[in-house]
Design a protein around this ligand. Structure first.
Ligand code: FES
Ligand SMILES: [Fe+2]
Length: 363
């Protein structure tokens, strides 16, 4: 797959932040980028798909989409976690339709069955098929990895091991251990904008005073800072602890390329995943975790947190959808970035550009 024709070579050049322009409008508005980025940005990137607690026991499985492909994660008889395309080798039927536990993976179309390790083990009415050897038929595997109780997968070999992708994050927020946090709930939002509009917006606090007056009162805008590592960036702000749902302390907002966000606040973890749906639509999943989800006092705090987070998200959705319309208007090609406030946007867009360049150079 080649780079979409609307992308000019000069749009892909790497520039330092003080000279950089944003990605060109075509990268958000041209439908050719949807399939292109699915293949070249998402297929070989680690995608968060599940929590370790969902795959504790032999036979536990989770069905998911990874870079737009149907996949299944399975705990095998040997205790190993594996991932496969959820695609039967007979005529591409699904091995499972929902999460669950099973002794084998039986295709939902014509009933061929596979071991939990992905080996075809039983078929029926295939006696007359010549040179048909079930021992040679195996589900296509995908890469999997576990970090802090979170399960990741990739449908193509990612350029870096999962530990390298996330290196340094755990140490920085110690002694908090994300794996110890309890999952509370998931909320999904459907947005009428390209996935990169949402990511760009997440990566800067520049819009805070204008789009989120409520949140801005809780965060100290002046000491809001952005840092970058190779594959991720993080924003950091002290919280004053009042008023609102958050205790005093610090807020850390990690963005892991290409579409994962870890929002770490005192006693609370919120994970966002931005999933492209079409060129101008994305779905954002919010997973809420807390250090404690039981006590009555905490339940009230959680309720308030969910309400406030929903309010902030709706403010972001409103602006992101208007930005998408602006990008499609024909009146915008690319703009300049604030070196003080938009280092995270630049870092993300440089990683996107690097992928575009790698495709051009055939790497
Ligand atoms: S497609 Fe799986 S058994 Fe036919
Ligand atoms: Fe925002």
């Amino acid at each position: 797959m080649r780079v979409p024709a609307s992308l000019r070579p000069e749009d892909m050049a790497a520039l330092p932040l003080s000279e950089a322009k944003t990605l060109p409008a075509c990268a958000y508005a041209d439908p050719a980028f949807h399939a292109f980025e699915r293949q070249h940005v998402f297929a070989a990137s680690w995608q968060l798909l599940a929590r370790a607690g969902q795959l504790d026991k032999t036979g536990d499985h989770v069905v998911a989409e990874c870079a737009g492909r149907p996949v299944i994660l399975v705990r095998g008889n040997d205790g190993m976690l594996r991932g496969f395309f959820n695609v039967c080798k007979h005529r591409a039927g699904p091995l499972a339709l929902t999460d669950g536990n099973a002794r084998q993976l039986q295709c939902k179309y014509h009933g061929w069955s596979y071991t939990l390790e992905g080996q075809l083990r039983a078929v029926h009415e295939m006696q007359e098929a010549k040179d048909f050897d079930i021992a040679c038929i195996h589900l296509d595997p995908i890469s999997t990895g576990v970090w802090q109780g979170l399960i990741f997968a990739a449908v193509q070999q990612p350029p870096v091991p999962l530990e390298n992708l996330l290196a340094g994050i755990t140490e920085r927020f110690a002694p908090i251990e994300l794996g110890q946090m309890e999952f509370h709930s998931q909320v999904a939002y459907d947005l009428e904008c390209n996935w990169k509009v949402y990511v760009d917006n997440y990566l800067e606090g520049y819009h805070l005073p204008h789009v989120h007056p409520g949140l801005n009162r809780l965060l100290d805008y002046r000491s809001y800072s952005t840092h970058t590592a190779e594959w991720y960036s993080w924003q950091h702000s002290p919280l004053d602890g009042s008023p609102g749902p958050y205790a005093a302390g610090e807020a850390h907002y990690y963005f892991v390329f290409p579409n994962l966000m870890l929002n770490i606040l005192p006693g609370r973890l919120q994970i966002n995943r931005v999933l492209p749906v079409s060129q101008r639509q994305c779905r954002v999943l919010f997973d809420y975790y807390y250090a404690d989800i039981e006590s009555a006092a905490v339940r009230k705090m959680i309720e308030e947190d969910l309400r406030f987070s929903d309010e902030v998200q709706k403010e972001d959705i409103g602006i992101c959808e208007r930005v998408q319309q602006g990008l499609e208007s024909g009146s915008y090609t690319a703009g300049r970035l604030s070196p003080r406030r938009e280092a995270g946007v630049h870092h993300f867009q440089e990683l996107v550009r690097r992928r575009y360049r790698q495709v051009v150079s055939g790497k």
